[in-house]
Design a protein around this ligand. Structure first.
Ligand SMILES: [Zn+2]
Length: 325
């Protein structure tokens, strides 16, 4: 098993390496950082090293424990993930039962809780009870997008391990090396804080079409109202693209942001870099504040849709607002 992580994760790696090398293993860790930063890979790597009969950060890959781990037969590794929207108290009770059974049997037990911020209050309180009475050979690894969203009582009983988002430039480099279109990847990295998220966006059906439509709507919306209305009706609401409204609105926000970036002299930051010619000849049609209020109108439209206003109605209202500035 090799561990392929971005350089940003040196801090997390240092904390865990040090724990293993000095044999000072905490009974609970909180891996906090956006998805796509390698939290699960790191958790599994760490767990494997904890089980391995050899000492140190890198598991030997040869002992019985390593072989069990590699074949997915390491029964002392317990995984907990949300059941639907949340992690429920029954899941934590089940975990507790497995732990008490296993820890009386043999050596170390490791459990990994994914999306730990999704524990219900009851589940978190139940977990807290056994975090408070640590049994030494048990190691908990809690993974979360947002460590601040985890109950403070749990946070204070775990060692914080930070996972930092990858820099957009690095994500872009990585995605294009994987074969993604540079133009699409440029947009995807702006829409996601992590590599996995950006990959998912790139794999979405119609992402390229949505981007093209956003360019057209972006251009028409501020000067050619009727054309924009027709484009929305024909190419958005009569097609499957209407199912990707969140993505479309996020991209439209980036479109207007590009116009502010251009005014601010940051051409290298443009997302729609292939539209530089149009952007350079139209960026001063409105003031900087004017483009910012376009971005606000788009956000507002998204809010209205989430509040169950019909998407078409909210979008047409958005076009009116963009036209008026
Ligand atoms: Zn080993």
């Amino acid at each position: 098993m090799s561990l392929e992580l971005a350089d940003e994760q040196w801090k997390a790696q240092r904390i865990l390496k040090h724990a293993l090398q000095s044999d000072k293993i905490s009974h609970a860790y909180l891996f906090s950082g956006p998805s796509g930063t390698g939290r699960m890979e790191m958790a599994r790597y760490f767990a494997k090293a904890l089980f391995c009969n050899a000492d140190g950060w890198d598991a030997c890959g040869e002992c019985l424990e390593c072989r069990k781990f590699e074949h997915g037969n390491q029964s002392d590794l317990i995984m907990v993930a949300p059941d639907g929207q949340s992690i429920k108290i029954d899941q934590i009770r089940e975990l507790q039962r497995s732990l008490s059974y296993r820890s009386t049997q043999r050596g170390r037990v490791v459990y990994i809780i994914e999306a730990a911020e999704k524990m219900t209050i009851q589940a978190a309180n139940s977990l807290l009870k056994f975090l408070e009475e640590p049994v030494s050979p048990i190691v908990a690894i809690l993974l979360t997008d947002n460590g601040q969203a985890v109950l403070p009582t749990i946070r204070s009983r775990t060692q914080w391990v930070p996972f930092l988002p990858m820099l957009p430039e690095k994500m872009l480099e990585r995605l294009t090396s994987e074969g993604a279109s540079p133009l699409l990847a440029r947009a995807a990295v702006q829409l996601s804080s992590g590599l996995d998220g950006a990959r998912q966006i790139l794999q979405q059906n119609g992402f390229a079409e949505i981007r093209n439509l956003v360019i057209q709507l972006g251009k028409e919306s501020t000067s050619r109202f009727t054309a924009a209305m027709i484009t929305a009706q024909q190419q958005l609401f009569k097609t499957d693209l209407a199912n990707h409204m969140d993505l479309l609105l996020s991209l439209l926000t980036l479109w207007f942001k590009d116009l502010t970036q251009f005014q601010a002299g940051r051409q290298d930051k443009l997302v729609f870099i292939d539209q530089l010619e149009w952007i350079s000849s139209n960026a001063y049609n409105r003031s900087f504040a004017g483009w910012v209020s376009c971005m606000e109108h788009v956000l507002e439209a998204g809010k209205r849709m989430r509040a169950n206003v019909s998407p078409q109605l909210a979008f047409e209202q958005l076009l009116v607002n963009l036209q008026e500035g």
